[in-house]
Design a protein around this ligand. Structure first.
Ligand code: FEO
Ligand code: CA
Ligand code: CA
Ligand code: CA
Length: 572
């Protein structure tokens, strides 16, 4: 049995700070960072519970598309609960193609409001059916332009505009494709985070698929059809790749990256090198993952679209002393099951020694990647949300949103941002170092920063992080620790030099909404942001005096249905 976590974190003091190993590279960002960016300086805002997108003085936002807005040539509408936004320049900095995820539809929340059915009926005059849900998830591809006044608008009916949803034909590749009925699969949903690849495609990640279809698989890689969506469970929980510039292209599910609740993909890519993907499995006790492609990236090579089709997958084991290792999810890997019964394992036959004794094939193991990782001693962690690779030095930032009720280093109920650095800076290394980069805390608490439940991350031209917070709708305005934090927000978190660890609030979201998918336009002329699930707890606000319960965003008038929307934030 290998060494496990120490409860004490005192051992960390034995290692020098990670920053020391990153100095020269960090200096490069400081030198190149665009200080003339509209976002380089702002006067931070205070937390608020206003039902509005509140921004620093001098900033405004355009609602580019909201749920239900028709935008494709055949009249398809923008989906629900917009999330990750991928920015693809089409023609200069003012003419872009955006890929926007639609994570899920908001059904009954704690019994207080069933926001999606409520507002669907207000807008369309009938109750939604399951097929409506299936059409309101997936991804939107939309061309956007900045006009002479600086406003960002969608190009309605543009030939590139496309809806991908739970019906769109797709295919699967990689070791588990054969177990997915020959590789033809129907649609995608629970699309949470994603990534823009250097070869011009979008990666969209299937996260809480278990809410819609059965999650369980057996040792042979067999799974059931069912759930609300009545679809085969094994077809979901993957990373999906597609070309936003080819509206007829068939999206591909890459089974080599494993099946779990994929939050997003942090990419580390250099010409002539293998591609490395860093990924989180967002659930209590989910793992941090790394994928290394078999083949190398060559700029301009059409074969880049197959880079994620074959490679090796690893799960992280975090040591208490600030060191860590990557354990291969490989049929030859020795079993070392996590002892906590809360961490589910596959059936381990008597006398089994390696993963190959538990699974009939590598495909079956990849379908059951979460449980397989618990069988080889990977660390069940504190709900890893976004992972992003810092462009200056290749270090990897992780938002751990928190792991309530669990022991170990993820106990902080407000969540933490960690940073990991591969041994020798080599993304192919089997060992790494980790540190707590910034810890969330109550407002005014000296030992931490005033944020809670860190979630999506973006990195600006100066090397700083932009961090969204996802406060649970049942603590906002209710729990005494959270009242001072107001609504969920968008924060800048300093990374380099004297700014390291400085936290400034840039935006406060409408009531019960979550900011998702922050993404800068080229030259930081805008920050695109998804406003997800306004009013998710209390639904439509009927009277102004009901504040702060419920929402009418973006309309602002009592009685108006709250609608998720994608906005462009810019200087006024
Ligand atoms: Fe879709 Fe883990 O957030
Ligand atoms: Ca998230
Ligand atoms: Ca979250
Ligand atoms: Ca969300």
């Amino acid at each position: 049995m290998r060494r496990r976590f120490l409860k004490s974190l005192g051992a960390l003091a034995a290692l020098p700070p990670l920053e020391a190993t990153l100095g020269p590279l960090a200096a490069r960002v400081r030198a190149d960072g665009a200080t003339d960016s509209p976002f380089a300086r702002f006067a931070p805002i205070e937390p608020t519970d206003r039902d509005a997108l509140v921004l620093p003085d001098g900033f405004v936002h355009d609602v580019v598309l909201k749920w239900g807005d028709p935008f494709t040539a055949d009249g398809r509408a923008f989906g629900y609960n917009n999330d990750w936004i991928g920015v693809f320049p089409r023609d200069g900095a003012d003419d872009l193609v955006l890929v926007v995820n639609h994570e899920y539809v908001s059904l009954a929340y704690g019994g207080d409001a069933a926001l999606y059915p409520q507002t669907f009926e207000m807008l369309r005059g009938r109750r939604p059916e399951v097929d409506d849900q299936k059409r309101d998830v997936g991804c939107s591809v939309v061309r956007v332009r900045r006009d002479g006044d600086g406003r960002w608008t969608a190009v309605i009916g543009d030939p590139l505009n496309r809806r991908i949803d739970a019906f769109t034909p797709m295919r699967a590749d990689g070791p588990a494709a054969g177990l997915l009925g020959g590789g033809a699969v129907e649609g995608t949903f629970d699309n949470c985070g994603g990534q823009v690849t250097p070869w011009g495609t979008a990666l969209t990640c299937e996260e809480n698929f278990d809410q819609r279809v059965p999650a369980q698989v057996d040792a042979q890689g067999r799974f059931a059809t069912g759930g609300v969506f009545n679809l085969p469970g094994g077809h979901y929980g993957w990373v999906v790749e597609f070309d936003p510039f080819d509206p007829g292209s068939v999206p591909v599910k890459h089974t080599a990256l494993g099946r779990f609740r994929h939050e997003n993909v942090g990419l580390r890519v250099s010409p002539g090198r293998q591609v490395v993907c860093y990924m989180g499995d967002d659930r209590l006790g989910g793992h941090v993952w790394k994928f290394v492609s078999n083949f190398s990236y060559r700029p301009g090579d059409p074969a880049n679209r197959h880079l994620l089709s074959a490679g090796r997958l690893f799960a992280a084991r975090f040591g208490a002393d600030g060191r860590g290792e990557w354990i291969p999810l490989d049929m030859r890997t020795e079993l070392d099951p996590n002892p906590d019964p809360k961490d589910p394992k596959p059936f381990i036959p008597r006398g089994a020694r390696r993963l190959r004794d538990c699974y009939a094939s590598p495909g079956a193991m990849l379908l059951d990647a979460y449980q397989a990782a618990n069988a080889i001693g990977a660390s069940p962690s504190g709900r890893p949300e976004d992972l992003e690779v810092h462009p200056a030095d290749g270090s990897v930032f992780i938002s751990f949103t928190a792991a309530p009720g669990r022991s170990g280093p993820w106990q902080n109920p407000f969540g933490e941002v960690w940073r990991i650095v591969e041994k020798g800076g080599d993304p192919l290394a089997s060992r790494f170092r980790w540190e707590r980069f910034c810890v969330g805390a109550r407002r005014g608490e000296r030992a931490g920063a005033p944020f809670a439940q860190p979630d999506n991350l973006a990195i600006d031209a100066r090397g700083d992080l932009w961090l969204t917070t996802d406060l649970s709708s049942d603590v906002i305005h209710v729990h005494p620790d959270y009242v001072p934090l107001g609504n969920s927000g968008l924060f800048r978190l300093g990374v380099l030099g004297a700014r390291r660890g400085a936290v400034e609030q840039f935006a406060s979201l409408p009531s019960e909404a979550e900011p998702t998918g922050p993404a800068f336009a080229p030259g930081e002329q805008a920050l695109f942001l998804s406003v997800q699930h306004p009013g998710e707890r209390w639904g439509t606000r009927r009277r102004a005096e009901d504040s702060p319960k419920g929402s009418n965003w973006p309309h602002g008038t009592p009685g108006a249905p709250p609608q998720p929307a994608m906005v462009a934030i810019r200087r006024s």
